[in-house]
Write a protein that binds this ligand. Structure first.
Ligand SMILES: Nc1ncnc2c1ncn2[C@@H]1O[C@H](COP(=O)(O)OP(=O)(O)OP(=O)(O)O)[C@@H](O)[C@H]1O
Length: 556
């Protein structure tokens, strides 16, 4: 055998080996493909089977508000929402309100309302994207961020053909999906601070830049659309609707300053009855007035009202009835461990030393705050006792927390000074001020009501039972403005108050639009006393010459 034949033989041998190698590779790939196809077909069949099964529409869907008129008690909030989003220049919006009062329901309807306006920049196909701030978790390495978007780097398994070619793949987040439309973030206050800061940047830039260590401008194998995204950003021009159960002071000022703030209020008892009735109607169930009253005296928001009716309807259906009985509802409220709403109603008659103050707690929840005072003349130095409040409280935030004397306690001390100044002989009495019921007391705003209670107790003059008072007190007896007055006045009206006295500086048109109650703005404590104390009879006047001056005079 000569050299040429030997070389040819070697070539043929290697040719066969290489051929066999590739043939084997191809065979493996084909087998893999076949098994992947077989697996995929099995999964596909399973998916089709799952899709072919469906239950009835969930009851919660059936009772969901379909129009703005289905949203009860939030006319003002809905109006603000429309003003912010349905005009030619829509704004970002933050909706505050307690849970289950219609924030999400209203946000879901607003896009359709906006599209009805021909001047609205939202086109027919404008998207409405929803995200939940509590679950929109992100990864600090930027692997996943459902809100802002992320980059699928080649290092991660499953990066596909682009990954194998070493190309980073940008994945758009909710802000890009909402481009040209609205992005609704429920519980926006629960977003991670880093996500919030990134969101703020997007609101400014109206686009988002994604980053990846795998991206290089010089890399010619990267497709042009990926270059474009890394160099020019992904579009993210949308209007934000954030909803939160937090109070405004718990939301970062940077977010608040970019948004129009809209407030949804807690629902009143009669409004909860309407929500419950409409849920029963949608479920095609009868419900009597007594049943509605039971629902509304236990639930605190629209969602609870709807849920209670749904479960009660389930009980009725199981018993083959077409009407919900009171006993069904009673069973549900007890099984759900709901407790009856504390009914804050005014006292039936005027009493000495008993005043209706007004408090606000949570986001926009007003309530009647009972204040009681007694005064016992003493021969020694008068003592002051304050009960029903915390003596000390924590203030500040995580960065700086301080312990201080309770604001309510300080407020009582302040009142004592004002009354001394008015020549009310408070030091000749043992005075006891009580805040019954463990109500949260937001400190200074109860000042004028506390002063009235003490003055009434010292002078034995009854305080009208159908009036309520709010207002901080300056050390000279001037009424100073306080927060949350509209919700306080609304709560007063619900409790049966006919006249509410507020500081003049708090006088707003909105207060006078609350039905069933008269709002009187006042400047000074002596004006307040004149209005809220029951007229003395001649006999009383003769018997009780308590103050050193017949009529208090205020010095500013
Ligand atoms: N004001 C209302 N009028 C009519 N139905 C209401 C109202 N508020 C709540 N509901 C009922 O409760 C359900 C839940 O309300 P929604 O999700 O809008 O509350 P939310 O304020 O967004 O609460 P959360 O802060 O817990 O998300 C609604 O689908 C509706 O059936």
């Amino acid at each position: 055998m000569d050299w040429t034949s030997l070389i040819m033989l070697i070539q043929v041998f290697f040719g066969i080996v290489i051929g066999l190698y590739f043939w084997n590779l191809l065979k493996n790939q084909r087998t893999q493909r076949v098994s992947v196809d077989r697996e995929s077909k099995k999964e596909m069949d399973q998916l089709q089977k799952l899709r072919s099964v469906s239950l009835n529409e969930p009851l919660a869907e059936k009772v969901r508000p379909l129009t703005f008129s289905d949203i009860i008690g939030q006319d003002e909030g809905v109006r603000s929402l429309e003003a912010a989003l349905c005009g030619p220049n829509p704004q970002h919006v933050l909706i505050y309100g307690p849970p289950g009062v219609g924030k999400t329901a209203a946000a879901r309807l607003i896009m359709e309302r906006a599209k009805m306006n021909r001047d609205s920049p939202f086109k027919i196909e404008a998207p409405f994207v929803e995200l939940d701030g509590t679950t929109a978790r992100f990864d600090e390495r930027g692997i996943a961020d459902p809100l802002i978007g992320s980059v699928h780097d080649p290092i991660y398994q499953g990066a596909g053909s682009m990954g194998q070619a070493g190309i980073p793949q940008p994945k758009p987040g909710a802000i890009t999906k909402a481009h040209g439309g609205m992005l609704f973030i429920d519980e926006i206050g629960e977003l991670h601070p880093i996500q919030l800061n990134k969101l703020l940047k997007v609101l400014e830039d109206r686009k988002v830049f994604l980053e990846s260590a795998y991206y290089s401008e010089e890399n010619a194998s990267i497709p042009s659309h990926v270059h474009d995204i890394f160099q020019n950003g992904l579009p993210a021009d949308f209007r934000l609707i954030g909803a939160t159960t937090r109070t405004p002071d718990e939301v970062p000022p940077a977010v608040r300053s970019r948004c129009l703030e809209v407030f949804f209020r807690p629902l009143k008892q009669k409004e909860l009855s309407i929500v419950a009735k409409s849920a029963a109607d949608r479920l095609k169930m009868e419900i009597q007035e007594e049943g509605l009253e039971t629902v509304s005296s236990y639930v605190t928001n629209g969602r609870e009202a709807v849920n209670t009716v749904q479960i009660a309807a389930g009980l009725a259906t199981t018993a083959e009835r077409e009407s919900i009985d009171v006993s069904d509802i009673e069973w549900v409220v007890h099984a759900s461990r709901l407790s009856r709403r504390p009914e804050k109603k005014i006292h039936p008659e005027p009493v000495v030393g008993r005043v209706n103050g007004l408090a606000v707690y949570g986001p926009d929840l007003g309530m009647l705050l009972e204040i009681e005072a007694t005064a016992q003349e003493t021969t020694g130095d008068g003592m002051l006792t304050v009960t029903g409040i915390a003596e000390e409280e924590n203030a500040g935030n995580q960065m700086r927390s301080i312990r201080r004397k309770s604001m309510a306690r300080s407020s009582v001390d302040n009142v004592m000074t004002v009354l001394r100044h008015l020549k009310v002989p408070v030091d000749r009495y043992d005075i006891h001020v009580n805040f019954p019921g463990g109500t949260p007391i937001d400190g200074p705003s109860a000042g004028s009501a506390i002063a009235t209670a003490i003055y009434s107790a010292v002078n034995q003059r009854k305080v009208k039972n159908d009036v309520a008072i709010t207002g901080e007190l300056s050390i000279w007896g001037k009424l100073k403005p306080v927060g949350g007055v509209p919700s306080k006045v609304a709560a007063a009206e619900e409790a049966g108050v006919t006249e509410a006295f507020v500081p003049k500086e708090n006088d707003e048109t909105v207060l006078h639009q609350i039905q069933g109650i008269t709002v009187k703005p006042l400047n000074t404590l002596d004006e307040l006393f004149t209005n809220v104390l029951v007229e003395e009879t001649d006999m009383q006047r003769q018997g009780l010459p308590i103050t050193e001056t017949s009529s208090p005079s205020i010095h500013m």
